[in-house]
Design a protein around this ligand. Structure first.
Ligand code: HGY
Ligand code: MN
Ligand code: MN
Length: 421
């Protein structure tokens, strides 16, 4: 007799935690919040979530890159089924991006404890450091280190957009933990996350069973020309990096249009120096974010961009330096776990579709070490990385219930080890 089939999460309790966390770094006049990685706001958010983890009687570990893993004991002392996400945000963050996946995990633990249920396997709830990568690139830094995709010394040396360095910032906020990396390999990993795009809402579907994540390419470009007088310098004598940056931004748009869906391209950060109204810039630094579900097409996009950049800069008499900030190939999630999410949503009476993720997520890193999938809930107007980000309570509840029952199923499912033959 399945004693857990009737279990459902408490949406009011989940929404209260979402609101309490969103109050840290709150963006005035909005529902959103700003907690860039390893800032004081991030520390305050971490301290609040760790306190909730401890209040739930979970054992909490902090590793060397500041990832936090809390564990609810199971009947057996085996590898845990893990859920989680991130609680750092971008500067124009919404209250659900990342936070939902972590707080729904705590809600699941509280639901089980309230029902007096001990799962067969331990249940772990994690938040990974610096998922956004907005202050310290690359994105998904904490989970990348957690799975051994980057060495800890290299990660601790990363310099941010404000000149701060990861290692000293972790020390400063008190999250330079002792737990080793790579971290404990979970039995399986499931991440609940808002879709951050329009698909579920447009198709009026409640749950996304996410089957993969598109490839990501982040490049920082620095174009150097010659600062000069904006009034006296004839146009044909200029070496204007500002013009090169602007031409590149326009090219990124036309490149995405030319390659067609699902190719996307964004110039999100631009800095001119000396950034003054009457000075032809000396230099321009900008970022290019290219993404595609197909690796070969993503490489074509990168090649075409770099060709345009160098041709344009050379014609303008400027020099160019580029730095790769992040480069992750597309990821396919474990079909068995994706199907489990799909079946669980259906059994709970929710409409569901299998779909890829346009955004990067910690799950794409955990997929390197264990069977992994994601659960999406709709984003109103497809909006995210915007304080007006919103998901309706009924959809939050649906996503958390699908996560609850997917996690419970995973505590009893064994994945046959890959055959040696
Ligand atoms: O950039 C991303 O896709 C994620 O929000 N870090
Ligand atoms: Mn996120
Ligand atoms: Mn995000």
């Amino acid at each position: 007799m399945d004693t857990t089939a009737h279990l459902r999460i408490d949406i009011d309790r989940l929404q209260h935690r979402l609101a309490d966390l969103a109050a840290i770094g709150a963006i005035e006049g909005t529902e959103g919040c700003a907690r860039l990685a390893f800032t004081d706001e991030d520390k305050a958010g971490r301290d609040l979530v760790v306190a909730w983890m401890r209040d739930l009687g979970m054992s909490v570990t902090v590793d060397r890159i500041g990832n936090v893993v809390a564990v609810m004991p199971g009947e057996t002392e085996t590898a845990p089924v893990m859920c989680g996400s991130h609680i750092d945000t971008v500067r124009t963050g919404g209250r659900y991006d990342g936070n939902l996946g972590v707080l729904a995990g705590l809600e699941i633990v509280e639901t089980l404890k309230t029902a007096g249920i001990t799962p067969e396997r331990p249940i772990a709830v994690a938040f990974f450091s610096d998922e956004e990568g907005a202050r310290f690139a690359p994105d998904m830094l904490g989970s990348l280190v957690y799975v051994g995709g980057m060495g800890i010394e290299e990660a601790l040396d990363i310099e941010g957009i404000d000149g701060a360095v990861v290692g000293p910032e972790l020390e400063r906020i008190g999250y330079a933990g002792a737990a080793p990396v790579p971290g404990l390999v979970p039995h399986a990993f499931v991440e609940l996350h808002v879709e951050q795009g329009p698909v579920l809402e447009v198709e009026d579907i409640t749950i996304g069973a996410v089957d993969g994540v598109q490839g990501i390419s982040w490049t920082e470009v620095t174009v150097t020309g010659q600062s000069n007088h904006a009034g006296t310098t004839p146009m044909h004598l200029r070496k204007d990096p500002g013009y090169v940056a602007a031409a590149c931004a326009a090219f990124v748009r036309s490149l995405a249009d030319d390659l067609g869906h699902p190719q996307v391209g964004t110039v999100g950060r631009v800095e001119f120096a000396p950034n003054l109204v009457n000075v032809v810039p000396a230099s321009a630094t900008f970022t290019v974010d290219l993404r595609n579900t197909d690796e070969a097409t993503l490489q074509i996009a990168e090649e075409r961009f770099h060709e345009f950049l160098h041709t344009t800069a050379e014609a303008e008499g400027c020099s160019v330096e580029t730095r790769t900030l992040a480069r992750f190939e597309p990821v396919i999630f474990d079909p068995a776990v994706v199907q489990l999410v799909t079946d669980t949503a259906t059994e709970l009476g929710y409409s569901v579709k299998q779909m890829p993720s346009g955004a990067g997520h910690d799950a794409q890193m955990l997929a390197r070490v264990c069977p992994t999938a994601m659960v999406f809930t709709p984003s109103v107007d497809g909006l995210s990385h915007n304080p007006a980000e919103y998901t309706a309570p009924a959809d939050l509840e649906a996503g958390a219930n699908v996560l609850l029952h997917t996690m419970l199923a995973l505590t009893t499912i064994s994945f046959e080890e890959p055959s040696d033959g």
